[in-house]
Design a protein around this ligand. Structure first.
Ligand SMILES: Cc1cc2nc3c(=O)[nH]c(=O)nc-3n(C[C@H](O)[C@H](O)[C@H](O)COP(=O)(O)OP(=O)(O)OC[C@H]3O[C@@H](n4cnc5c(N)ncnc54)[C@H](O)[C@@H]3O)c2cc1C
Length: 420
């Protein structure tokens, strides 16, 4: 069985690594020429995403991944602030969290290493077709079509493959425009360092303006104490932040670097944010500041992958494009990859047909996609709910509602125990 994957992002590479591990014939076509130069910040992998990865990559690659990751259990509980930097509440105790954060570039580079020569970078797929016996054909602008038995679209939010199957785009803009960047903790003043602390948090203001501040420290908060294995791009405690606004066709989106950083600061100041709450943004490395638009598929499982099962399928953002607000999109792509691999084993053994296997895989993927989208859209709706003339009132009310969801016991502070 010849398998072609379009897209060497997180899901496509993970699937290819798993297929290669079990001796399937697989090729990945990826349009990027340099997989390490493609940007991105950090990816959260919960326990289920890590179990999927364990199925897909060798124990050696898995250990190097964990050796390059930052453990949530070593972080203080998340915080919720208002636009003046005042604390509104805390998230739950994280000491028993299994989740880890890893640089997107590190994850992608290690997965690419696992795929080896089966990855073909610099190859952009321009179309999908079928040959006379119905087998999938992959088209290129500058090369002959390639035939396969199974074609997997792992080509992300603007997927050519999912659009070919569904006949329409499988997602739409979610109504929020995001801007992200990196700020080293050491570049902040002592007061702001103390206020933010070794934790992630969300600051929220009126008119839908929000600032997520994620704490990443693959060295001090390393999952494994194995410096020799470490390949993290982040080499010291760093805040990876994401600013969010309701998407109104903003012209800021066309700016880059320092100009974008200045425009962002000006926008927050106009919304009444205090200098204190903006220090993390003001002290960012301008070269890391970038804009992106959130896309979301339907939260309703039957709307996902709305096509009959066959020799062309898809995974990850191609099917269930998920805004980063729950930190679950990449994990869902990894879980799709592991599930598809599991369903392909009986096909290789000759005990089931490809169509039956894909049908089971897609049924599970619809539920998985719906679950992560439902989580991610809660925060999107919450942010958009402050985009009203009453936003300044709504913010503390929403914060109070948010606080009620969490434990109020005194165990919120991290017990600083040794790493296992
Ligand atoms: C540049 C970038 C940075 C990101 N940064 C973050 C981040 O910091 N944090 C976070 O949580 N999430 C981030 N994401 C999103 C996250 O990586 C995805 O949600 C998740 O990994 C889903 O994985 P996927 O494999 O479905 O899609 P992706 O990881 O988006 O991969 C899709 C791949 O398909 C390739 N592709 C698309 N069309 C074609 C074509 N026609 N021919 C060949 N190749 C094609 C793309 O180049 C890309 O590599 C980022 C995504 C991108 C693309």
């Amino acid at each position: 069985m010849r398998i072609i994957i379009i897209g060497g992002g997180i899901g496509g590479l993970a699937l290819a690594a798993g297929l290669r591990r079990y001796a399937f014939d697989v090729t990945v076509f990826e349009r990027d020429t340099d997989l390490a130069a493609t940007g991105g910040y950090h990816i959260t992998l919960d326990g289920r995403a890590q179990s999927a990865l364990r199925e897909l990559v060798s124990p050696e690659i898995f250990e190097r991944l964990l050796g390059s990751a930052s453990a949530l259990r070593l972080r203080d509980p998340d915080a919720l602030w208002d636009r003046r930097g005042r604390l509104l509440g805390h998230g739950p105790y994280l000491g028993d969290s299994a989740s880890v954060d890893i640089d997107r570039v590190t994850l992608r580079t290690l997965l690419a290493e696992a795929v080896g020569a089966d990855l073909r970078p610099g190859r952009t797929v321009t179309g999908i077709g079928r040959d006379e016996d119905g087998s999938p054909l992959v088209m290129f602008a500058d090369a002959a079509p390639v035939r396969c038995d199974l074609l997997v679209g792992a080509d992300g939010t603007h997927s050519l493959v999912a659009r070919h199957l569904a006949g329409v785009p499988t997602n739409a803009p979610a109504g929020i425009i995001g801007f992200s960047g990196r700020t080293r903790v050491d570049d902040l003043g002592p007061a702001e360092r103390a206020r933010l602390g070794p934790r992630s948090g969300l600051a929220i203001g009126p008119r839908g303006a929000a600032l997520y501040i994620g704490y990443l420290d693959p060295v001090g908060n390393a999952v494994l104490d194995t410096p020799a294995l470490r390949q993290a791009v982040t080499t010291g405690p760093t805040y990876i932040w994401g600013a969010m606004f309701p998407d109104s066709g903003d012209t800021m989106r066309d700016a880059r670097g320092a100009a974008l950083q200045s425009a962002l600061l000006a926008r927050f100041r106009r919304e009444g944010w205090s200098p204190k709450s903006l220090e993390v943004l003001a002290r960012a490395d301008p070269n890391t500041v970038a804009a992106f638009r959130f896309h979301a598929a339907s939260t309703h499982a039957p709307d996902l992958a709305p096509w009959p099962a066959g020799p062309i399928t898809a995974l990850g953002d191609a099917v269930h494009a998920t805004p980063p607000t729950a930190g679950m999109g990449a994990g869902a792509a990894l879980r799709d990859a592991a599930a598809l691999l599991t369903h392909l084993h009986p096909v290789a053994a000759g005990t089931t047909t490809l169509t039956v296997a894909i049908s089971h895989y897609e049924a599970e993927m619809r539920l998985r996609g719906s679950e992560v989208l439902t989580q991610a859209m809660k925060t999107v709706r919450w942010i958009l709910a402050t985009n009203t003339p009453f936003g300044a009132v709504a913010t503390p009310l929403l914060a109070a509602a948010h606080r009620l969801r969490y434990r109020t016991d005194k165990t919120r502070s991290r017990p600083r125990t040794a790493r296992p």
